[in-house]
Design a protein around this ligand. Structure first.
Ligand code: GUN
Length: 295
């Protein structure tokens, strides 16, 4: 049987509708408007697209959006000064610095500078630690979106064998952490594979759910999975341009072949991507509620 295609676009649309209603209610009852600041340093075209989508989605949901496009030569000190100003700005509840940053800026210094209460990416060590001990304020957006996709598609996570391919701080480590918590919507047995893993197939072949964030096209092929597996593809690889000049995107999974064996699979584009932005909106709403003592 062909796989169910798990639509991030459709799930994200539903969640955004729920968020829009809650944001309108917050304004009406408490005159509270969640505010998100996005900071982009330099002109990386992909990052420009992502930040543009974040700004557009904020506005569509009734979130106040402040966008800072800084030149590539911006010094670390200038960036830290802007973050300090936004940390103190009462209209701003969430601060997002788009990664990667130019090489002359130390990413760790920047992520440490964001007030953990405004860290809607969930990348500050305080929030990473809180997730680790099962007491998170903000779940990182891509992993949270993946968990929501699984839950809203009726896929059982409790007791499942989950294999994560990739150990980044943005996706691999936090999704493993989220799914292994002793909580509803989690409680899985999680294995993380990475470039040092001797035999990735050995692990993926016995997985009920595979989450691939390897950053490489066809990192997961059909011979690496069992029949009936659920596959979440986090990859975004630009492999060329179409005739009309648009980027051609593929994920990390050999989609056409793997979908013949899988029970359910996410496409690229239209899978995890729209969920990431939606979870950022959810975190911004949560940050505003926490700041107002409403959460
Ligand atoms: N670059 C790629 N993914 C992300 C993300 O989730 N947050 C930020 N800030 N930058 C990114």
């Amino acid at each position: 049987m062909p796989a169910e295609i798990i639509s991030g676009t459709e799930n994200a649309r539903q969640i955004r509708e729920e968020l829009k209603e809650e944001i309108a209610e917050l304004k009406e009852k408490y005159n509270l408007v969640p505010g998100l600041a996005t900071i982009l340093v330099g002109e990386d075209p992909a990052s420009q697209v992502y930040v543009g989508q974040k700004e557009k989605t904020s506005q569509a949901l009734g979130i106040y959006s402040a966008r800072y496009d800084l030149p590539a030569e911006t010094s670390e000190e200038e960036l830290l000064n802007l973050i300090d100003k936004l940390n103190k700005d009462q209209k701003i509840h969430g601060i997002l610095v788009q990664l990667p940053l130019p090489k002359h800026i130390n990413e760790t210094n920047v992520l440490y500078a964001i007030d953990p209460k405004k860290d809607v990416d969930g990348f500050h060590p305080v929030n990473v630690g809180k997730l680790m001990i099962g007491e998170p304020d903000f779940l990182p957006c891509t992993p949270h979106g993946i968990q929501q996709l699984l839950l809203r598609s009726g896929i059982k996570i409790d007791g499942a064998e989950v294999v994560v391919v990739g150990r980044s701080n943005i996706v691999g480590k936090p999704i493993a952490n989220i799914l292994l918590q002793k909580k509803e919507g989690a409680n899985a047995t999680v294995t993380i594979c990475h470039t040092g893993t001797r035999d990735i197939s050995f692990h993926t072949k016995r997985a009920d759910i595979i989450i691939v964030a390897a950053g490489k096209p066809k990192a997961l092929t059909a011979d690496m999975v069992k029949e009936g597996v659920v596959v979440i593809d986090v990859g975004v690889n630009r492999i060329g341009k179409s005739e009309s000049g648009k980027d051609i995107l593929v994920g990390d999974v050999d989609f056409e072949a793997v979908k013949e064996k899988a029970r359910a699979i996410t496409p690229v584009p239209g899978g995890v991507g729209p969920m990431t932005i939606t979870m950022l909106m959810l975190n911004t709403l949560k940050a505003a509620k926490l700041a107002a003592g409403l959460a």
